[in-house]
Design a protein around this ligand. Structure first.
Ligand code: AKB
Length: 312
């Protein structure tokens, strides 16, 4: 039977790129993008959907014979701090609606994105293992950790095939992030190419795990396409590619744009960044389903500048 795919939260940074990739894999007619906006300019099929409306979700799934759901609906770390209750509801109530559809046999497979935000101030900061002290102190991190545990519960109790990865900060040229702590690492390229001084909301030494969006999308596809028995962890897998701080990213951009300058005005997002790991150990993802990144810092900077040049 052909797969029919629904992306929930498809207008976000990951969703936009995932939609294009999944249309290539499954065919335009077999992938539906959905989000809470009424109407959008999209090449492909779009449906307005609020993941918190479980009846509407059920109708959409049944009407279209959906087999797989990618549930990307969430408020990112900085925005969720401003709307704690809604941040929690969207993450957890939304995922319950999707998990219950799978439990009742209406869908076969679910992808759910977690984040390095599950780690907190008491987590070891370097080469952070898959399983370690996990005590997040942000709304976003608490929601992602709870969601991971619910996914595992639904897998163990009800056999729901739910899979996920813990994304680091994601950097791509096709879509913009919004409301995250790692957003600076995308915005900085726009300032550099526009000849502007970049005003950074993190400290120069705020080192964080990061990844090119192309790698993140590939990881998403690979974990969804691998045989179920390879997915040994039903929380979410650590995946890593590179680590850098704003000063190191600036230096790498200056290799290509020597006049580029940055100034630092850390705000509340620095407090969030200070609780996250500097680097991640992703051995289980490499061993279990063959995860391997393509981009390092130099490759990422070249790729971003090449693709954004002339467009900003
Ligand atoms: C954020 O900064 O909130 C996200 C994330 C690391 O999950 N990019």
């Amino acid at each position: 039977m052909a797969e029919k795919v629904l992306i929930i939260g498809s207008l976000g940074q990951v969703g936009q790129e995932l939609f294009e990739t999944l249309k290539n894999s499954y065919g335009d007619a077999n992938v539906i993008a959905s989000d809470v906006k009424d109407k959008v300019e999209l090449e492909g099929r779009y449906e307005k959907l609020d993941v918190l409306d479980k009846n509407a979700l059920f109708e959409l799934v049944k009407k279209n014979g959906i087999t797989q759901v990618y549930n990307l609906a969430a408020l990112l770390s900085a925005t969720a701090e401003k709307h704690p209750q809604f941040g929690w509801d969207l993450t957890i109530e939304g995922q319950f609606n999707v998990l219950n559809l799978a439990k009742e046999g209406h869908i076969k497979k679910i992808f759910w994105p977690s984040s390095i935000a599950v780690f907190g101030p008491t987590t070891p900061k370097d080469n952070t293992p898959q399983q370690t002290v996990i005590e997040p102190n942000t709304v976003y991190g608490i929601g992602k950790l709870a969601g991971e545990m619910w996914n595992k519960y639904y897998f163990e109790k009800y056999g729901v095939d739910v899979r996920g990865v813990r994304y680091p900060g994601l950097i791509g040229w096709k879509s913009l992030p919004g409301g995250g702590t790692t957003d600076y690492a995308v915005d900085i390229f726009y300032s550099a190419l526009r000849g502007k001084v970049f005003n950074c909301f993190l400290r120069e030494d705020a080192e964080l795990p990061m990844m090119h969006m192309e790698d993140a999308i590939r990881a998403t596809r690979e974990i969804m396409e691998t045989d179920a028995e390879n997915v040994k962890l039903r929380t979410c897998y650590n995946i890593a590619a590179m680590n850098f701080n704003p000063a190191q990213l600036t230096k790498a951009i200056q290799e290509k744009i020597p006049d580029f300058t940055i100034e630092y005005n850390p705000d509340f997002r620095q407090d969030i960044a200070s609780t996250w790991p500097r680097s991640i150990n992703d051995e289980p993802a490499r061993t279990d389903w063959g995860w391997q990144e393509k981009y390092n810092l130099e490759g990422l900077v070249n790729n971003m500048l090449d693709n954004l040049k002339g467009t900003v």
